[in-house]
Design a protein around this ligand. Sequence first.
Ligand SMILES: Cc1ncc(COP(=O)(O)O)c(C=O)c1O
Length: 436
Amino acid sequence: MTTPTLDNFWMPFTPNRAFKAKPKLLTSAKDMHYTDVDGRQILDATAGLWCVNAGHGRAKITEAIQKQAAIMDFAPTFNMAHPLAFEFAHKLAGIMPGDLKKIFYTNSGSESADTALKIALAYQRTRGHASKTRLIGRERAYHGTGFGGISVGGIVRNRMYFGSLLTGVDHLPHTHDPELNAFSKGIPEHGADLADTLERLVALHDASTIAAVIVEPVAGSTGVLVPPKGYLQRLRSLCDKHDILLIFDEVITGFGRLGAAFGADYFGVTPDILCMAKGITNACVPMGAVAVSNRIYDTFMQTADAPIELFHGYTYSGHPLACAAGIATLEVYAEEDLFNRANTMAPYWQEAVHALRDAPHVIDIRNLGLIGGIELESRPGAPTARALEVFDRCFDKGLLIRVTGDIIALSPPLILEKAHIDQMVETIRAALKETA
Ligand SMILES: Cc1ncc(COP(=O)(O)O)c(C=O)c1O
């Protein structure tokens, strides 16, 4: 295959100038592997971008999409709908934790985060608590790239170029403390009290001004930050105490990544609103969704002051191809018991990832379910350079990893075998050894 011109595509979150010097082009994918433009097999240690949870090229899902495309390409879901949108919402509700039984469709994780924040604000107003407008995010959080998501998010470069963002936003501290919890296996022991910062924010602003707190159960994109034991429980009880909504952004932790359907199930903490995307369709068609509690939905239905209860939605909310993909994806997850499979593989994964502790440049390792984070010592004056070099070397050796800052983030498809894990770890080890 010839290399296409690289002149016109402005690539997202990519050093475009460097990419052109050494392009990486993927041309097909099956199960655990991509094939690149030179015909090389690349083992996928990142499930694409934390999203292809059932592995690549799943016939059941692609056939469902093709079938639906032939029947009906598109139908709006404003004022009318198609049966698959209801069927998929019903099936999704069947695996949601607690009473999160009402599904609002979006097209991405960013839209899910912004939708969740908007529902929280509109809910407070609809139930007569119009002064509850403040949103609380967290340092080192990633909630996508919409203005809501970057405002409650905690990544400086995702925020600093884009003006004043949303007003009325505060941040909890992030949960990563290398002094206390370095090289923790699974859930770190120390730091549940970091949730108590919410009390300080309540003391500062008063709970009557706070609408919602949003957190990722495990922060993925900022380097796999696993919350300390008891932290999410503490956050839940503080939100209850102060009548503040708790939103979980499960765009990464959803659909089996931690060895349970959702992080909420894994940690035994149910939020009021839950954001999804990525694994919802096994990434075959862009889609996201927000699940809300019956209580929130019923409040809108009973007290909204206009015929339309929520002034929000997207042209492609509940797109027929995405719904078809989503239904087939849930079937694949269930038929192959993939959430449990992630759970079964997790102990082997944990030991394998932590075996890199003695590899060059490694200063911390974190894991949960089938996620791993390997933090490298940054080169003086050149943050991210070392991880990018490891990324390049791994790709040359036939392994796709993700790097974020100087952290290697791993999130393989849940179908992986132990031999794939061994190959991932040995390739990363070899790349680290070669890295100056
Ligand atoms: C927790 C979380 N929220 C939101 C997003 C944004 O999703 P998308 O890129 O589909 O907009 C991501 C993407 O990685 C994410 O990890």
